[in-house]
Design a protein around this ligand. Structure first.
Ligand SMILES: Nc1ncnc2c1ncn2[C@@H]1O[C@H](COP(=O)(O)OP(=O)(O)OP(=O)(O)O)[C@@H](O)[C@H]1O
Length: 347
């Protein structure tokens, strides 16, 4: 478990920048935790405080009951073997082959040739680069370079893998394949993965939990599925909007939506669901129970990893009082719902 206790980081020099302003956070063993934020929010500083590439100005970083912020340099060097890191621009050694890049951290700890050969071979297999082991980084695509970065980071059998914008330099398809590889590694090796990104699509694809950071402060955190269903902070709402559109479609807005019921208006209701989709019988029930017509106007279903997630906008047509009763009934059902307004009756 990684615990941040009230971490602050102020960069000195002429320009005094307080990059982190009291961060408290817990990252559980074996989870994929995402930290999202805009440029300058403090993401890189935060992730670098995990392996002490940046030393916090105050507060504690604790990993598995060991306080890294209280360690000597030599203790830290030993502890860093448990923490691998990959970078946006890969940081490979251009004069070394793929094999030798992956072998590098093992050479540094004085591993024997035999140990290096067998370890590198299995890592090459894990990242799917066995046939590229004699190539140099300049002969590889961006995705292949990042696979080398991942293999190198895993060479010392770390318990934690830090990913600092690891897919930001890659095209969407390559990004997807690298994210799948990270997920596979997380499952197979049980490694805790911490991902820094400015892209909500990355969070949506593989993270279990997410925290959003702005101006050096965590604005909101939680399970990805919950955050997508109902973000509370403005920052998170904006990020969610970038990948899931919950806005009322223009075609519906054009109908002339009023916030007041009227005898000649029908009720617009939005159902939100996460997990099992239960709206089908509900729609039929409302129509039967209250003698109303219910018509689906718009739906949007997405998947957050394997969990269906989305919304459905229906118009409930008929007697005004029956509409109100129907909505009172809907509210007793295990699905999130809201009245969006009332539109003029067209029939
Ligand atoms: N070495 C440094 N010296 C002085 N200020 C720094 C240093 N590193 C970062 N900062 C400042 O700290 C703040 C947070 O920077 P940080 O790199 O952590 O943000 P970020 O969210 O990772 O941004 P980006 O996505 O652009 O990398 C910024 O205002 C930045 O200018």
């Amino acid at each position: 478990m990684i615990t941040f206790e009230n971490i602050t980081k102020t960069y000195g020099g002429k320009t005094h920048v307080q990059a982190l302003k009291g961060i408290s956070l817990t990252i559980n063993d074996g989870e994929i935790f995402g930290i999202i934020g805009k440029s300058g929010a403090g993401k890189s500083t935060l992730v670098r405080c995990i392996n002490m590439l940046e030393k916090p100005t105050s507060g504690k970083v604790i990993i598995d009951d060991k306080e890294l912020t209280a360690m000597s340099d030599s203790q830290l060097r030993a502890e860093r073997k448990n923490i691998g890191m990959i970078f946006q621009h890969f940081n490979l050694l251009s004069s070394r082959t793929v094999f030798d890049n992956i072998a590098f951290p093992l050479e540094l700890i004085g591993a024997s040739k035999e140990v290096i050969a067998s370890k590198v071979e299995s890592l090459l297999e894990l990242v799917g680069l066995t046939d590229r082991q004699y190539n140099y980084p300049s002969q590889l695509s961006g995705g292949q370079k990042q696979r080398v970065g991942i293999a190198r980071a895993l060479a010392s059998d770390p318990k934690i893998l830090l990913c600092d914008e690891a897919t930001s330099a890659l095209d969407p398809q390559t990004t997807q394949s690298i994210l799948e590889l990270l997920k596979d590694i997380n499952k197979r090796l049980g490694i805790t993965i911490v991902i820094i990104t400015h892209e909500m699509a990355v969070i949506k694809a593989i993270c279990d939990r997410v925290a959003v950071i702005e101006g050096g402060v965590i604005k909101e955190q939680g399970r990805v599925i919950d955050i997508f269903a109902s973000p509370t902070s403005e920052t998170m709402k904006e990020f969610v909007k970038s990948v899931v559109n919950m806005e009322l479609p223009q075609g519906i807005r054009k109908l002339g939506v009023s916030d007041q019921p009227a005898p000649d208006r029908d009720m617009l209701v939005r159902f939100r669901f996460k997990g099992l989709v239960t709206n089908e019988p509900l729609v039929v029930n409302i129509a039967r129970k209250f003698n109303l017509d219910v018509s689906v106007l718009y739906g949007n279903i997405d998947y957050i990893q394997d969990v269906p997630f989305g919304y459905l906008i229906v118009v409930i047509m008929g007697d005004m009082e029956a509409q109100a009763k129907a909505f009172a009934y809907i509210k007793t059902q295990p699905i999130e719902s809201e009245v969006l307004g009332y539109v003029p009756r067209t029939h």
